[in-house]
Design a protein around this ligand. Structure first.
Ligand code: GDP
Ligand code: GDP
Length: 458
């Protein structure tokens, strides 16, 4: 269960500044995630021992017209889906009628809301913030997002009660890059055993209308569905157990095809947050794209999140039926051009409507899962590392050659390889990429990203 934190407030109060700060606390794992609208951004953040999804809702100030009203509706939808709302105000500008209107809305929704007065740098924070108490939403947190002041405290205070209520454990080392190094070989092995005994959690994701429901129904219709639970809230995916030729699966249905209809039908079927949560919870992600529309920014946004989360990935290019050969050639070229950077994922051309190619998806899904959870011994990893070093020496740093000593497994799904040696933290990115590709090729890892971590050893 990963908490969702929404940033709401008038335009110009500092939401993007805060968003950027929160999502860049750990560069290696985080990238901006453009959502469905230009004005909503989604990111993954690690701070204060918590991992969470942060949503910048764009600005609302209550006076929207036309297209702006649509945007405001989107922001309100994001509020509905959030676990915790950070209501950002501007301590310098003082309280406005828009703040009051927003506060009233939040109170009526009974959302867990924290008022944050931003831009307290260089002013008397206490007196500037006093008036925000009258919003009736409790404590007012002081922050200077631009300097990073007050950010950690605010996150700690706003997330701790929610996390405790949900039984989410705080992991105080989550935001320190060394964390993984305490993931010993033995722990990695335990994790691998655990993963191999569990069903494969497969999330079927994609933007609206690409054919997720059609595909999910087909997948469920052709095999034996055991039972499925009623979902808690409309923003949750449905988890459907499925047995198929000796392999157990849990399909994470983001399209909501098995949702009983009496649940609020007016809620948008597609939800970015629902999708992100499904990705976080899955072992393997099946990303569905529409052959007739090509790869859009939205597809790339979803893809970015899958890569960020380190999930195994299979891509299904749907609606392949009834297309001319010319069109098919064109689409394939387009895919090469736009998806060339994820060379590890298998791509399938399918028709969910007719069932063509759907059966073969399982081969790639299982291959990806097996790659993501396959145990590789320390001796094997060290040998491959040695070979990569022999084939192409690491560069000199400060007049000394970087020396790689040994490698071991540091986790699975995604597979993490921890490389020990001298000055390894100074290796240039190009060499790290070279090593990663070397590991991938030598160990025949298909369908999952690999993460390399480096550990300085004497
Ligand atoms: P948004 O429209 O709510 O996303 O606001 P932005 O993040 O774009 O910030 C609006 C303006 O406020 C920018 O010029 C920021 O540089 C400035 N700003 C943001 N945070 C702070 C802060 O902590 N202190 C000061 N003095 N300015 C800030
Ligand atoms: P979702 O929003 O991603 O769940 O998409 P749906 O499954 O509801 O499908 C959207 C539309 O695309 C529907 O009209 C489907 O009948 C159609 N569709 C889905 N899969 C295919 C396919 O393989 N070929 C064709 N031609 N149409 C499809």
């Amino acid at each position: 269960m990963i908490p969702v934190v929404a940033l709401v407030g008038r335009p110009n109060v500092g939401k993007s500044t805060l968003f950027n700060r929160l999502t860049r606390t750990r560069d290696a794992l985080v990238a901006d995630f453009p959502g469905l609208t230009r004005d909503r951004k989604y990111g993954r953040a690690f701070l204060s021992g918590y991992e969470f999804i942060v949503v910048d809702t764009g600005g609302i100030d209550g006076s929207e017209e036309g297209i702006e009203t649509k945007m405001a509706e989107q922001s309100l939808a994001a509020i509905e889906e959030a676990d915790v709302v950070l209501f950002i105000t501007d301590a310098r500008a003082g309280m406005t009628s828009a703040d009051l209107a927003l506060a009233q809305h939040l109170r009526s929704r009974e959302k867990t809301t924290f008022v944050v007065a931003n831009k307290v740098d260089g002013i008397d924070g206490d007196s500037a913030c006093a008036e925000f108490w009258s919003l009736g939403l409790g404590n007012v947190y002081q922050m200077a997002a631009a300097q990073g002041r007050g950010v950690t405290t605010m996150i700690e205070h706003s997330l701790a009660p929610y996390a405790e209520a949900m039984g989410i454990e705080r992991d105080t080392e989550l935001d320190t890059p060394e964390k993984v190094l305490e993931f010993t070989e033995e722990e990695a092995e335990e994790e691998q055993k655990r993963l191999q005994d569990l069903p494969i959690k497969l999330a079927i994701i994609g933007k609206p209308n690409v054919g997720k429901s059609t595909l999910t129904n087909r997948v469920l219709g052709e095999d034996r569905v055991v039972v499925y639970d009623e979902p808690g809230t409309t923003r949750d995916s449905i988890y459907i157990p499925l047995s198929r030729e000796d392999r157990e699966y849990v399909i994470i249905d983001t399209a909501g095809v098995r949702r009983r209809s009496k649940v609020n039908e007016t809620v948008e079927k597609f939800s970015v947050i629902k999708t992100l949560k499904a990705v976080e919870d899955a072992n393997v992600v099946l990303l569905v794209v529409d052959a007739r529309e090509g790869i859009s920014e939205q597809d790339l946004g979803l893809l970015g999140f899958v890569l960020n989360a380190g999930r195994a990935l299979v891509i299904a290019v749907n609606k392949w039926d009834g297309m001319s050969n010319d069109d098919r050639e064109f689409v394939k070229k387009e895919l090469d051009r736009r998806l060339g950077f994820i060379d590890f994922a298998r791509i399938h051309f399918i028709s969910a409507l007719h069932g063509t190619g759907v059966g073969h998806l399982y081969e790639s899904i299982e291959e990806a899962y097996d790659s993501a959870t396959r145990r590789v011994s320390t001796s094997m990893l060290t040998r491959v590392m040695q070979m990569s070093q022999d084939d192409h020496q690491p560069p000199m740093v400060n007049g000394r050659r970087v020396k790689l000593k040994y490698a071991h497994a540091g986790g699975y799904n995604p597979p993490i390889v921890v490389v020990h040696g001298n000055q390894v933290n100074k290796l240039p990115d190009s060499y790290k990429r070279y090593m990663m590709n070397y590991f991938r090729r030598s160990l025949k890892v298909v369908g999952t990203p690999i993460q390399l971590r480096f550990h300085e050893s004497a």
